[in-house]
Write a protein that binds this ligand. Structure first.
Ligand code: CP
Ligand code: NVA
Length: 306
């Protein structure tokens, strides 16, 4: 097993060329499943999935992806591992990485996954932290490519909280070379240090309608992320004008797409007619988590496909 494993803690762990190849590979792997091709590059391999927060899509897509590749995935939660009883994250990394071939971690502070990775002998994949959600972006980029072709030079609008999804869209704008217009309420802008490297790809405005003007893709996310449940009511008041509804979508291009990483709250960050309407590709987006992450697992565990 490699002593210098390759991790995916943020999208910027990939080069632009690798990120584009991953999306193409995800599309190819999806076609192989549809055609019933047997491809078992991870036979005898195991992925540990450590979830310190809830998940539906991330858990199921990684578990199914490992099964389709002939491998195995282990679901580990703090509720029933020593991690939940205070075993240091560094020790957990040392132990797990001596038994499995890769680890996916969903946690709170981004620092926690960095510490885990620093002590892991195998690749570590960020399955969401408070700061980033890179796997979701791989699926989103695949979904755009499938529906509309290259996203390079397109305009993407992110409406809502400057959170982990917004941060990952900022990184994606750099890697995939699109223009990102972000509309957040004052006090909820994305972090300066994430924006710093992406100034030529990002614009910040306050009005969602201004942000959506001429957009090829409109994206939003929850107003209160996991860990912010106690702020739900306060945030609902602050974000009241940040619902992506048909009035906001009307400012975008006629062939605009709508995405949301899910879970969604209809009537809050998105109206039901938008998320359930003809411009929405959220179900393809959710499904593509499986294929995009298979491409990622293949890259990190096996290396580039032959
Ligand atoms: N979008 C996403 O990561 O969903 P889950 O929280 O269900 O994994
Ligand atoms: N921003 C959300 C994304 C959920 C997939 C959260 O962190 O809860």
């Amino acid at each position: 097993m490699s002593q210098t494993p390759r991790h995916l803690l943020t999208l910027l762990d990939l080069t632009a060329a690798e990120a584009r190849r991953l999306v193409q590979r995800a599309i190819e792997l999806k076609r192989m499943v549809a055609e019933g091709v047997t491809y078992l590059p991870l036979a005898q391999r195991t992925l540990a999935m450590v979830f310190e927060k809830s998940s539906t899509r991330t858990r199921v897509s990684f578990e199914v992806g490992m099964a389709q590749f002939g491998g195995h995935a282990l679901f580990l939660s703090p509720r029933d591992t020593q991690l939940g009883r205070g075993e240091p994250i560094e020790d957990s990394a040392r132990v797990l990485s001596r038994m499995v071939d890769a680890v996916m971690l969903r946690t709170f502070d981004h620092d926690r996954i960095e510490r885990f990775a620093a002590h892991s002998q195998v690749p570590v994949i960020n399955g969401l932290t408070d700061r980033f959600h890179p796997c979701q972006l791989l699926a989103d980029m695949q979904t755009y490519q499938e529906h509309r072709g290259s996203i390079q030079g397109r305009k993407v609008t992110f409406v809502g909280d400057g959170n982990n999804m917004c941060h990952s869209y900022i990184n994606a704008a750099r890697l995939f070379d699109f223009q990102l217009c972000i509309a957040c309420p004052p006090g909820f802008d994305p972090d300066e240090d994430v924006l710093a490297g992406a100034r030529d790809h990002c614009t910040l405005v306050r009005d969602p309608r201004v942000a959506a003007q001429g957009a090829d893709l409109v994206v939003t996310d929850v107003w209160a992320s996991m860990g912010q449940e106690s702020e739900q009511n306060e945030r609902a008041a602050v974000f009241a004008d940040y619902c992506v509804d048909s009035k906001v979508m009307a400012f975008a291009k006629p062939d605009v797409l709508f995405m949301h990483c899910l879970p969604a709250h209809r009537g809050d960050e998105v109206s039901a007619d938008v998320i359930d309407g003809p411009l929405s590709v959220v179900w393809d987006e959710a499904c593509n988590r499986l294929h995009a992450q298979k491409a990622l697992l293949e890259l990190l565990i096996v290396g580039e496909p032959g």
